[in-house]
Design a protein around this ligand. Structure first.
Ligand code: PEP
Ligand code: MG
Length: 570
């Protein structure tokens, strides 16, 4: 037996079998081919194997997800069967090029050609060709690609880093635990694991080499521990802990239908964070009062091409309909940083977290942004939709977004499409610039939502995913807490709603501070909604004020944490 430690990133206890997911290394040395026929046959064999695997995947996906998704994979088989494409690769091989290079050059040629097309549909095929290239290259190099969506029931995924684009296929039916080498509480893999209610332990050093496929492990996402080869006793206590956890979760059910209020009756709003339409159902089933953050970039990441206006409209409309009149705060595309969307062709940057991302990208790409705004405006006819802008640094960005919203609304009106041109437009406060300018922003924004995940990182100048500086990355730091307090006060003074949609909104230790500062809305992962309602109900305003006074007088992060720990309820 061996115990590995990491960050407890998603609660619960999972007991299962390790599947190590290696990122495929697709490196090879270009060679000059002597036996042309043999090389052509090697390529043809790889293409056949790719097609076979694709057909199997399509069948499984058809059963589990649906026809449309399966058709995408079948489309790949059709594309790679195109005689012209294959003939072009063969021609290169005849000239001495190796199969790997021939495949890469021809796929790239097609991708570039598709990218230059006028119509959306053809342009979208560029990423399909690149996917095909990766798949056939894996076959040529004998590299196995693990499809997370197809792992057997009872699997514990062990991976260096679970990047957002990989997590689209994650499924709590077959994955009972997640363990990574990097990441933290606020990394997107953690956020996703919580949304799916899969126990997760992140930042476990060297875990992809410490654990091997087939190992039996216990993933304790409450304590942040992974136990390899548990003894009978440890296994038994893990099962007991898992039961307890499930019972605690069940006990929270008594709060369903109750208002979210402090012990002395101050009501606040309690919303859920979502990354997909189906998550909106989870918000409703966990008794959330609305959605405080719809991370729309996941819609973009799940597909191989930019979702069209109609596809986006349907997603927003469906989420609004599921919420039945409850507020739906939709954040506009927040890409960049750790969230890459290959088909948008963003350039690699030296400092992606300080670079061309989120609203900065959207304002310079009205062709992408207006599609989303139009889809959102059309969806306003079906619910209480509000637009939220990520990574704002000042009012100029808010004004520009408002102009584009007005432009889109006017276009839709001229086309005879109904929409709410006065849709509320709010800003995320997640940069120090926005926090410092909160009083000015509050004059023009319809609401604030504090993104503590990024605000903590940018305030402390510490990357939220970097283990070496994780000691600095803490919302408990007095610098971050002072900033949050000022933002809430500025918003409240201006009479606009101030919410919080970063992970700190669900931290029971911090809740008394939020109550004392006057936070009006909490938006947390759906699985944390009822626990947050319970945490808020534990405090009176007076008791919260007393703790806040002590915590805000502290000068260092550990002092703040100690004060909040000693005031912990329950
Ligand atoms: C945040 O930064 O706090 C936030 C909610 O946004 P994201 O985690 O998606 O960056
Ligand atoms: Mg953010």
């Amino acid at each position: 037996m061996k115990t590995l430690e990491g960050v407890a990133a998603s609660s619960g206890v999972g007991i299962g079998t390790v599947v190590v997911v290696a990122e495929p290394v697709l490196e090879y040395e270009s060679t000059t081919v002597a036996d042309v026929d043999a090389e052509k046959a090697r390529l043809a064999g790889a293409i056949e194997a790719f097609k076979e695997l694709n057909t199997q995947k399509a069948d499984q996906i058809r059963d589990r997800v649906g026809d449309e998704e399966a058709a995408i994979l079948e489309g790949h088989n059709l594309m790679i069967s195109d005689p012209f494409m294959v003939a072009e690769m063969d021609k290169l091989i005849e000239g001495g090029t190796c199969a790997e290079d021939a495949l890469t050059q021809i796929c790239e040629m097609f991708a570039t050609m598709f990218e230059a097309a006028e119509d959306d549909l053809t342009r979208q095929r560029a990423s399909d060709v690149r996917d095909i290239r990766t798949g056939v290259l894996c076959e040529l190099l004998g590299v196995e690609e693990v499809d997370i969506s197809l792992v057997p029931a009872g699997s514990v995924i062990v991976i260096h880093d679970l990047v957002p684009s990989m997590t689209a296929g994650l499924n709590s039916d077959n994955v009972v635990g997640i363990v990574t080498e990097v990441g933290g509480m606020t990394s997107h893999s953690a956020i996703l694991a919580r949304a799916l209610e899969i126990p997760a332990v992140l930042a476990v050093a060297d875990v992809t080499t410490e654990l091997a496929a087939g190992d039996q492990v216990v993933v304790n996402g409450i304590a942040g521990k992974v136990v390899l080869d548990p003894t009978e006793d440890v296994l038994h206590s893990a099962e007991v802990r898992r039961e307890e956890f499930l019972q605690e979760r069940a006990a929270l059910q008594q709060l369903v239908g109750k208002p979210t209020e402090t012990a002395d009756g101050i009501q606040v709003e309690l919303f859920g964070n979502i990354g997909s339409v189906s998550d909106a159902e989870a918000v409703v089933s966990h008794d959330g009062e609305g959605v405080g953050l719809f991370r729309t970039e996941f819609l973009f990441m799940e597909s191989n091409a930019m979702p069209t206006e109609d596809e986006q409209f349907k997603a927003y409309q469906q989420a609004a309909l599921i919420l039945k009149g409850r507020p739906l705060i939709v954040r506009t595309l927040d890409i960049g940083g750790d969230k890459d969307i290959p088909y948008l062709g963003m350039e690699k940057e030296d400092n992606p977290f300080l670079g061309f991302r989120a609203v900065r990208y959207c304002l310079q790409r009205p062709d992408v942004f207006k599609v989303q705004l139009r889809a959102l405006l059309r969806a306003t006819a079906f619910g209480d939709i509000r637009i939220m802008i990520p990574l704002v640094t000042g009012v100029a960005e808010l004004r520009q977004v408002r102009e584009l919203v007005a432009e889109c609304a006017a276009e839709l009106k001229a086309e005879g499409t109904e929409c709410n041109a006065d849709v509320p437009v709010g800003v995320m406060i997640e940069t120090p610039a926005a926090a410092i300018m909160a009083d000015v922003l509050a004059e023009e924004a319809d609401f604030f939502s504090i993104g503590t995940n990024d605000l903590t990182g940018y305030t402390m100048a510490a990357d939220r995913g970097n283990d070496h500086v994780s000691y600095l990355y803490s919302t408990f730091d007095p610098a971050v807490l002072r900033s949050i307090k000022r933002v809430i006060e500025a918003g409240n003074e201006a009479g606009i709603m101030v919410g919080m949609c970063g992970e700190a909104a669900a931290d029971p230790l911090l809740v008394p501070l939020w109550i004392s500062f006057g936070l009006g809305e909490y938006s947390v992962s759906p699985s944390s909604i009822l626990a947050t309602r319970a945490a808020i109900g534990d405090w009176t305003k007076a008791a919260a004020d007393e703790v806040a006074a002590k915590a805000m007088a502290a000068k260092t992060e550990p002092e703040v944490r100690a004060i909040l720990e000693s005031a912990r309820k329950g």
